[in-house]
Design a protein around this ligand. Sequence first.
Ligand code: GLN
Length: 485
Amino acid sequence: MEPYELSVTEALDQLSAKTLSSVELTQSCLDRINRTEKSISAFITIDSEQALHQAHEADRKRTQGSGGSLCGVPVSVKDLMCTKGVKTTCGSKILENFIPPYDATVVEKLQEQGAVIVGKAAMDEFAMGSTSENCAFGTPANPWNVDYIAGGSSGGSAASVAAGQVLGSLGSDTGGSIRQPASLCGIVGMKPTYGRVSRYGLVAFASSLDQIGPLTRDVTDCAVMMEVISGYDRRDSTSVDLPVEDYRAFLVDGLDGVRVGVPREYFGEGLDPEVNRVVMNGVEVLKSAGAEIVDVSIPHVNYCVAVYYLIAPAEASSNLARYDGVAYGLRDSGNDDLFEMYKETRSRGFGPEVKRRILIGTYALSSGYYDAYYKKASQVRTLILNDFKKAWESCDLLVSPVTPTPAWKIGEKVDDPLAMYLSDIFTLSTNLAGLPGLSVPGGFSENGLPIGIQLQGMHFQEGALLRCGYNLEKGLNLERKIPSL
Ligand code: GLN
């Protein structure tokens, strides 16, 4: 086994046993990037020099007996988390040359624990999309078949982990952007409870929905990374002051006493039979592990697409107002007139999907329409949350598909935004209700593309999700494989 193929946990074992150095491991990842990046395009920025420097530091600290819980482990970070001195583009031309003067809290936390940040991962512009095709700097490919999408918006994060370029990654999830690419690329992805992880230094898309989380090769690695990034941060007023749990302590065999709900609305029309087969097989595995399976209902799930695609663009239209060519980013300098300058900068800097969202969002918030759209959507959002509260009376967590289909071909849905939005149907409710969600590899389609299984849990019950995910992973016993490429 090559070092780049190790899980985070396996690598940490070898690093602490001194049978592997971080420089060797990092070099193995960088070589892998060199060999595969042409076909995968997972990165917007690769900083090999800094990575090797951090690896040397990690080795030095280890020799001294210090170094944190990710000491020497190469990771990637989605290109919308600020990295001091390193370009942070959000996949957008408008921030093509933006170099943040500070680090996001999660980046600080990775560094404190000794992680080696290899580069910034490709993504849909401002995290708007489901395929990463809205990235201004190239579309990441699915490592299992490079003609297919890696998913989005954290497509570069998922592809880099699945392709063996790094051992783990951080993504962000506003409506599914961690879980969906994780599912399509055959890896694990967690969207934590809203408020569990600090958003300080995360470029905002929809502030009431955004949350940062890990993408990893297995559930144990996910628990390790969750321990690193979680926690209260006074610089994010929406972060919650609850102690960070020892997530690895939840990874125990068996699910006796756990009630797993199967929400019937998630298994209706439009669900690909192969996805249905994989998820139902997962349900059987949970049952054999001791879980009690119960039938539950989330009646308002069909409104999620409509509600999300009003609330998220509304918040985005307000968050993206700051890119006006004045404070930072692209500026059209050919104009003396201030308003012309704004207009030209924004017309040139934003791609079509971002423009579409700004238009929808501004419209939904405008006087005369606010009550009919934004306010109504917010009311239905509460109904969706209430559905989950009701479900928790009879179960502890929910199992469902992550996406209605496996990955589709690059280019297949680019001209059909509505079809693209509809593919998010199963992940949006988690964000609208602020819940934690986990995607675990469940199996493969007939043509060899990965299919994930989603678990949704109660607020701040990440531990319960990880326990269930761990048992699912064990029971399914899929080979952890990195495609040869
Ligand atoms: N696909 C959804 C969208 O386009 C979700 C994106 C996300 O979670 N960042 O908005």
